[in-house]
Design a protein around this ligand. Sequence first.
Ligand code: WTA
Length: 658
Amino acid sequence: MTQNEGAAQDELKEALPTGTHISPGIERIQEINREALAHPNEFWSKVAGDLYFSERVGPAFERIEDAPYGRWFSQWKTNLSYNCLDRWIGTDHQHRVAFHWEGEPGDQRSLTYLDLYREVNRFASILRDLGVKEGDRVTVYMPMIPEAVFAMMATVRLGAIHSVVFGGFTAQALADRINDSKSKVVVTADGGWRRGKIVELKKIVDQAVLQTPEVQKVLVVRRTGQPVDMDEDRDLWYHDAVKSAADYVAPVMVPGTHPSYILYTSGTTGKPKGACHSTAGYMVWLYYSTHAVFDITPRDLYWCTADIGWVTGHSYIIYGPTLRGATSFMYEGAADFPAWDRWWDMIQRHRVSILYTSPTAIRGFIKQGEKWPEKHDLSSLRIIGSVGEPINPEAWQWYYRHIGANRCTIVDTWWQTETGGILIAPQPGVAKYPLKPGSATFPLAGVKAVVVDDHGNPCPKGEKGFMTIQHPWPGQFMTLWGDHARYKQVYFSRFPGIYYAADFSMQDQDGYFWLLGRADEVMKVAGHRISTTEIEDALIMHPAVAESAVIGRKDEIKMEVPVACVILKPGFAPTPQLREELLVHVRNTMGPIAVPAQIYFVEKVPKTRSAKIMRRLIRDVVEERPLGDVTTLEDETSIEEAKRAYNELKADIDRART
Ligand code: WTA
């Protein structure tokens, strides 16, 4: 920079109240972003240079006809578990703790990298003896215990593919996911602890496998110790099998594009989609983003509070931190057990320095009051993160003040199951710059985030539109399991050839990105991703239900909760008992996270002329607002028709409310 340019910048700085445009930190972030976009091969090959590959042939990135966003490291060979574990063995690092774990009842366990390496090898040996080979699928249905980490890493060590199913899902949801992935082995535990009670995981697996002909073996970890049924031919205890397990299993070196895992997530239609991630691109993205966003140093103790059943657990509990050789904390149970200061107590006792959690959790704590965190010394914290939903500025401020003591950096991280890792977030590991409460700030290296209008044209600054990513990035998912056509259709056809994230977004005058919630029929209920159609499909399976429409209603803590409008079949009366029965029915088919907060029995569900449910209109009625803008109701449904539908539904719901 010349002296004149410097002076000009100083002048500009004075002219701008926030000064954010010209923060050197922002310039640095943008420069790296541009560099990675201009030279993706060089940039990402260099990042991959820190990691182990048994072969490095061909370019880092190639465009491929059938893959809208090309392929990363397709001819390179590596193993994800090797890079998380073996890379540290034989170095000083092997004696560093990888995980300090605490169970809900208070039991504790610490595993060094060497311990973890041993356990993962033994676990891989058991899976191999059960017949698991490269490319096979293994379903993992586990509580938050170290064995869940072993199971996942052991699976990828063998070149097999894991499909982790969140422990809150029911037998039916589990069976559907096992069948879709055609897993031949299921790993589970007798149970897990949640608010002092046992979640009976093995029992749920027993019900699920009645419907899954391909499952040959169920491996059971003893956690809670309550009696469980064991099928002699099918089930085996981990603590028995491990006695004869080998201490070393050679990691299978797989091509960069070999799938590492499938993770089912909700989309617009009722059937969950199996997002399928690569090995090398995914690994390189986590290696990079974990450093950029969390800036983990050898002095840090890092804690991501997510569940391993969601992508945040995969990327930022299991793989990202171990690729960086970090020391993590991991916790099994509920935040309010035995009291609302459980987290703050653990942060104080273990001296956690980086905390990564969700806005829903933060709002839950706000409701309980400052008295809980105030009882504890949280001075070890230096970076505090947020993920899963937009963080409202009030929650951001509370988090900043009462958890971060007005000095911690808040990293609000925007990403999705499909993106593999964080795409937009503050990056204290790279550069510092002013934050704005509620904004995820700027894209990471090589992320070409563009907010576009309905026609795909970039929106002017300050205008809300759709988030798109207009250049491939290494962490991108490769396909939807068993449905490549759907992959192309859902993500790359709305704006031909570019990635459609299905989120609303806005870039402000200073260039900061604001993520404004889903633009499709997906809800975020306490950070869990659930589609409205999935719940409608569950309701319609009940013999009394003729039709239903589900929407997400605003909620103070969970952000959204499902609310259902139900039309009954002739002969069924809208009684409180039937309502209760329907709630239980949804709980049994999908799990507690999908249960509607309210069911309204109605005469009619408002639809457009092309029979699309007018969800926005329903939301207006349910949230007791006047009818909003109807000019964008997709097809030519007239304002008159919309008004009539609004009034009819309102009359129905008013009647139901009284
Ligand atoms: C939402 C979770 C605003 C968004 C990692 C996205 C966010 C969906 C943020 C993906 C954030 C996630 N700000 N919204 N920082 N992080 N979202 O697949 O709507 O469970 O599309 O992945 O969560 O949810 P998923």
